[in-house]
Write a protein that binds this ligand. Structure first.
Ligand code: HAM
Length: 417
């Protein structure tokens, strides 16, 4: 048997109702916030991610699915959506028509991480971006949109953590302070952190290696090194979040795993899974679009991992169980063509209907109808057919009705309303 690639997963038919619910709720919530859908491809030029996410990040250094195309070009399966979304914004000059653009996308991302519970090599994100706006209200609104998705889906046990990673100037100053602090621990840091110490010491704050985490706990905080305008921006974001009643916690060591962030950064963490398996994350990126060849305007966005979001939902939720409206049970050979014809009429009338042609006995038919969670069953026996009649059974009340064949659709539609 040829099996799945490690870290990849199937969304099986039983998982689909829950999956569809999450996707639909996320999209509806974002539309309510004024976002429109956009679908960039899942593969881009490798350079886009190297430049966008940053060459000295775990994602770019170790986790990308990169390969050489037949013409020698280096291509990469997207590890995240933001870089591709902004590439499209720049390439199609979308801001010319709409100086503040609010867009979202839902689809698979690929990172060659070590698979574990909630960590996959192919995973889905809902990703939302607001490009072309610097207002702290926009930051709070984007955080509110992420929060609303969680609330509308009914996910529990989640916490919004926020931080400011400052502007490039604040970060340049903080970097020196951090390097001064880390210097004493250089021999104790992991190989990656030591290697990135010169060019990207902030990565040490995000490192998952136990000793690096310990060292980072005593490191100076970027929040203490923000300039006046970054500080007041962060304060304004918090004031706006309070106005909306969104609970949050300041997490001063959060730097996020991607290098494009400036000022506001946030993560939605599960109390049990912890920060290394955040359900969502995002932040502001004030130079990314320019870096990718677009105009010099800022933006902010977030992505939520759908697998991690779905982990918090109960399996028994009746919203996620399969159901059809009507099951048609043909009891006998003469009833079969009639069932076939009635099914067609029901479906054309917009009623979800199904049968199993190879099932013969009433008992077996009712078992299938139960499995499909049909609300009504149309029973067609040869004797009834002679009288041009069928029996319709309400599966909830167990009531039965005798209905003339030509009235079946009308009866079921009437009973629907
Ligand atoms: P990120 O924090 O790298 O941010 O990923 C966002 C979310 O994707 C995570 O919180 C997690 O739920 C999910 N995720 C990431 N890696 C995996 C994995 N290996 N398995 C399962 N789920 C995973 C970004 O991707 C940014 N592009 C977010 C953003 C948008 N920032 C601004 N705009």
């Amino acid at each position: 048997m040829i099996t799945l690639i490690k870290g990849f997963h199937d969304i099986l038919p039983d998982d689909s109702p829950r999956w569809e619910f999450i996707v639909r709720t996320a999209a509806e919530t974002l539309r309510r916030f004024g976002f429109r859908e956009m679908t960039p491809p899942i593969m881009e030029r490798t350079e886009l991610f190297e430049r966008g996410i940053g060459e000295l990040t775990d994602i770019v250094e170790k986790e990308m699915y990169t390969f050489e195309d037949r013409n020698g070009e280096s291509l990469t399966l997207r590890p995240e959506a933001t870089a591709g979304m902004l590439r499209a914004v720049a390439e199609h000059s979308l801001l010319r028509k709409e100086p503040v653009l609010k867009v979202f996308t839902i689809g698979p991302m690929f990172r060659r991480e070590r698979p574990s519970k909630g960590r996959f090599r192919q995973f889905f994100q809902v990703d939302a971006e607001v490009v072309g706006d610097d207002s702290p209200f926009t930051d709070a609104e984007v955080i509110a949109a992420a929060h609303a998705i969680m609330t509308n889906i009914g996910a529990t046990g989640l916490m919004m953590e926020i931080n400011s990673v400052g502007c490039p100037e604040c970060r340049a100053r903080y970097r020196v302070v951090l390097q001064d602090f880390l210097r004493a621990y250089l021999t104790e840091l992991c190989d990656d952190c030591r290697r990135r110490y010169e060019r990207n010491p902030l990565r040490a704050l995000d490192c998952k290696v136990a000793r690096c985490e310990e060292i980072a706990r005593d490191a100076p905080l970027i929040l203490d090194h923000l300039d006046e305008s970054c500080r007041s921006h962060f304060q304004a974001v918090q004031d706006a979040l309070r106005m909306l009643g969104i609970p949050y916690r300041i997490e001063p060591r959060m730097v996020r795993g991607l290098d494009y962030y400036t000022r506001t950064a946030f993560e939605i963490v599960h109390e049990e899974l912890g920060r290394s398996k955040a359900v969502g994350g995002g932040g502001r990126y004030d130079s990314l679009l320019k870096e990718l060849g677009g105009p010099d305007v800022g933006g902010i966005g977030f992505a939520i991992g759908l697998e991690r979001l779905s982990m918090g939902l109960s399996d028994d939720d009746p919203r996620f169980t399969r159901s059809i409206d009507v099951y048609v049970a043909a009891l006998g050979d003469r009833a079969q063509p009639e069932a076939f014809r009635i099914l067609d009429l029901l479906r054309k009338a917009g009623i979800a209907a199904d049968t199993r042609y190879s099932t013969k006995s009433l008992k077996a038919h009712l078992k299938v109808a139960d499995r499909f969670r049909a609300t009504r069953v149309v029973m067609l026996g040869d004797n009834e057919l002679e009288r041009n009649e069928a029996t319709i059974r309400d599966m909830n009340t167990k009531e039965q009705f005798t209905v003339r064949i030509e009235n079946i659709v009308a009866f079921l539609q009437g009973a629907e309303s």
